[in-house]
Each structure stands twice: as structure tokens, then as C-alpha cells.
Design a protein around this ligand. Structure first.
Ligand code: C5P
Length: 411
């Protein structure tokens, strides 16, 4: 990302957790992008980073006390929470999430969070058991329903030696998400506010017998990132995911399916929508699964599998007479003649836009993607970008299309 001239003001709340050290890098990156950062440090946060380091990097006063006579005379806490363009809580401990979810206001950070009228972006960081605890699950669901935006947590090794979801997202990822959250037009509502977006993601698994299946390669990273970007732009998002190992994105209603037919049923149940994005790698064929495991023949020889065609979810959604989403977006993963296949797919499936990518160059499971946007208007080629950046750009494009800013992509 280039140095931006947008120069927004971020109120950064740093709560207690070892990931608080990453807040220093976050401030540095945000300032590098032209944003101003005002820091609020909780008492527990102060166990991990010092006000002096925050002050040096933010080049501004660091706020710590609710009842500080000097702070109140300079700038009251209500004003502090209102003068920002975005409130970011990074790291967000289980404790601060619980306070936010219940509306507790017993220190400066929680009071600001209750008093703000701005969007709040939360970057959780905690032990895996704490993140998976039903109480935290409830708090996250409550906060999502209240409109809080989430980035992370990521899977990984924790400072405490355990492994799983709970690691705070890396600062560049948080900056990217802040950029998406700030891209909402001034005055509040995001580009997709009031819209419903349905996204398919991941592979489908088509069982052969109870232990074997046919599947496509797909990590779900691109589809999940699109769902997150649409949510950040203010949409209500339904994510229909095949079997993936990445976690459900917080704040997004996620339906889990195995097979193409289950995916079709879940998509149809989720409609109507304003936008449908088919990012899943749906298996084109299935077999008639046997109820018992197929045993290996003693004399060798492999069983013959008869393949049946699966329903094409994208084509079905695009062909709906009643309740067709205004924008239907497909993906074309090809290993050769990428653009020719993408154009052909656009016409054959009846969608408005195809996101084409060459999958011969190690895209599966990777964090970056190089795509071409193919529509009736022509081809727009994007540089190699992180999957989150591709998602944010795609969502911006779709939001503008929907608003009629750049005309319809299909005739
Ligand atoms: O035909 P192909 O599988 O290459 O098309 C890819 C696009 O169509 C993707 O957007 C994918 O999600 C969608 N698709 C689908 N249902 C299928 C096959 C593909 O929705 N059965």
C-alpha cells in the first residue's frame, strides 16, 4: 500500500496480552500510511508495553486514566471517542471483549468503547482455550450482532506454548483491514450497508464410501477473505463453506456443507441476496456412494467408479427468474488459455463478472493471488496482491457496480 493522503485518525486501544508488543509495529505502519494514532492503554496493557514507547511512536499523548483531571480538562473521554474516524482494539483480550459485549464501563478503554459513535474494529489475542470457550464465543457473537468488525485471530503457536486460533493478526493484515473499514463513505454506512451477500468458499467433498471422497483443491482463503471484506463494507454476509481447515470468520453467518448438492441447498436457502459470489471449488462430479467401505480385491484390480454430474450452483443462481441477485460473480481457475476460458464461462454460466486466476503457479493455499476481472466490458488485470487485498478490491468494485456508479457489467 502506498503512503495515503487520507490521513484518518485512529483511536487505538491496547489491552492486556503479550501481543501488545505488536501494537508498536501497528502504530508505525499506520503513521507510515499517513494516519494519526491516539493511544489508550489499559492497566493490564501497561504490563506489556510502556506509555513512553507508545508516546514515542504515536507522537501524541497516551491516555490511561478515566478520572484524570488534566486529561478531562484538555479533552473529555467522550470527545476522545468521538474525534476518531475508527476505533481499533488491538490486542483485544478476552476480558475487554466480555466488557464490550455486556456494556461494562469501569475504566477508560471500556468507557470509550461504550461512548463511541464510530465503527469498532477488534483484533482478538488470547489463549486458544479462552478463544474457544463458550463465554468468548457468546461475546464474539454478541459483538458481531452489535456491528463490531473483527480481524483474526489467526491459527498458530502461542506464547504460552499451545497451538490453535488465538494469535493476534500481524500488523500489516490489521492495517489492510483498517483500510477496508475506513473505505466506507464519510458519514457512516459502508458501501454495502443494507445489502446481503452470499459467498461460497472452499472445496466440496463427494463421498465414494464412508472413508473416501473426491475433492477439488481449495484452502477457502480467497472465499473467506471475500466474505470478511463484504462484512467490513457493511453487508450482511452468509458464507457457505465446504470442508476447510481455516476458522469461521467472526461476525459472519457460516453454513458448513460437504457436497455440491448440500452447497446448492444452503445457497438456495440463503437467497435472496444482492450479490452472489461463487468462490468455491465445487466438484463437478460425484459418484453413487456405497454405504460400506469398498474392500481391496485380494487378486488386485481397482473398482470402476461411475461419475454423475453435479448441479452447477453458479449457473443455477444466475439463471433464476425470480430473485436473481443483482450481481452474480464466478471464479475461473485455469491452467491454460485463462482469459478465453473465463470469457466462455461468463457467457455459459450467465454471470456478470468472472474473477480469473491462473492456478498453474502455486495459488492453492498461498496468501497471494493474481487475478483478471472479466466482464462484458472487457478485462481488468490486477497486480499480484494478498488474498485480503484482492477481496477488498473486488468488494469495492461490486459495491460501485451495485450503486450504479460505473454501469452494469452485463448488458
Ligand atoms: O466450471 P467451473 O468449475 O470451472 O466454474 C467455476 C465457477 O463455477 C466457480 O465460480 C465455481 O464456484 C462455480 N461452480 C459452481 N458449481 C459447480 C461448478 C462450479 O458453482 N458445480
Amino acid at each position: 500500500m502506498k503512503r495515503a493522503s487520507i490521513g484518518k485518525r485512529i483511536l487505538l486501544i491496547i489491552s492486556g496480552g503479550i501481543a501488545a508488543y505488536k501494537a508498536l509495529e501497528l502504530i508505525r505502519l499506520l503513521r507510515g500510511h499517513g494516519h494519526g494514532v491516539t493511544c489508550v492503554l489499559t492497566t493490564n496493557g501497561g504490563q506489556f508495553v510502556t506509555p513512553l514507547s507508545l508516546q514515542a511512536l504515536s507522537e501524541g499523548k497516551v491516555y490511561t486514566d478515566l478520572f484524570s483531571l488534566t486529561d478531562e480538562s484538555e479533552m473529555g473521554h467522550i470527545q476522545l471517542s468521538r474525534s476518531a474516524d475508527l476505533v481499533v482494539v488491538a490486542p483485544a483480550s478476552a476480558d475487554i471483549l466480555a466488557k464490550m459485549a455486556t456494556g461494562l464501563a469501569n475504566d477508560l478503554a471500556s468507557t470509550l468503547l461504550l461512548a463511541t459513535d464510530k465503527s469498532v474494529l477488534v483484533a482478538p489475542a488470547m489463549n486458544v482455550r479462552m478463544w474457544l470457550h463458550p463465554a468468548t464465543r457468546r461475546n464474539v457473537a454478541r459483538l458481531s450482532a452489535d456491528g463490531a468488525l473483527f480481524v483474526g485471530p489467526e491459527d498458530g503457536e502461542m506464547a504460552c506454548g499451545e497451538y490453535g486460533p488465538g494469535r493476534m493478526s500481524e500488523p500489516p493484515q490489521i492495517v489492510e483491514t483498517i483500510r477496508a473499514a475506513l473505505s466506507a463513505p464519510a458519514g457512516g454506512a459502508g458501501l454495502l450497508a443494507g445489502r446481503h451477500v452470499v459467498v461460497t468458499s472452499g472445496p466440496t467433498h463427494e463421498p465414494i464410501d464412508p472413508v473416501r471422497f473426491i475433492a477439488n483443491r481449495s484452502s477457502g482463503k480467497q472465499g473467506h477473505a471475500i466474505a470478511v471484506a463484504a462484512r467490513l463494507a457493511g453487508a450482511r454476509v452468509t458464507l457457505v463453506s465446504g470442508p476447510v481447515t481455516i476458522p469461521d470468520p467472526p461476525g459472519i453467518e457460516t453454513r458448513h456443507v460437504e457436497t455440491a448438492r448440500e452447497m446448492l441447498a444452503a445457497v438456495e436457502a440463503a437467497l435472496p441476496a444482492d450479490i452472489f459470489i461463487g468462490a468455491a471449488a465445487v466438484a463437478d462430479w460425484r459418484v453413487e456412494a456405497t454405504p460400506d467401505k469398498i474392500k481391496k480385491q485380494r487378486e488386485g484390480g481397482a473398482p470402476a467408479l461411475t461419475l454423475f454430474e453435479n448441479p452447477d450452483i453458479l449457473a443455477r443462481v444466475a439463471a433464476r427468474e425470480a430473485g436473481r441477485p443483482a450481481l452474480v460473480v464466478g471464479f475461473a481457475a485455469e491452467t491454460r488459455d485463462l482469459l478465453r476460458h473465463a470469457r466462455e464461462k461468463l457467457a455459459r454460466k450467465g454471470c456478470d463478472l468472472v474473477v480469473a486466476n491462473d492456478v498453474s503457479a502455486g495459488v492453492f493455499g498461498a496468501d497471494e493471488n493474481e487475478v483478471h476481472i472479466v466482464s462484458a466490458k472487457g478485462v481488468e488485470s490486477w497486480p499480484r496482491l494478498g488474498k485480503e487485498a484482492v477481496a477488498a478490491r473486488l468488494v469495492q468494485l461490486l459495491g460501485r457496480e451495485l450503486a450504479g456508479d460505473s454501469g452494469k457489467s452485463s448488458p
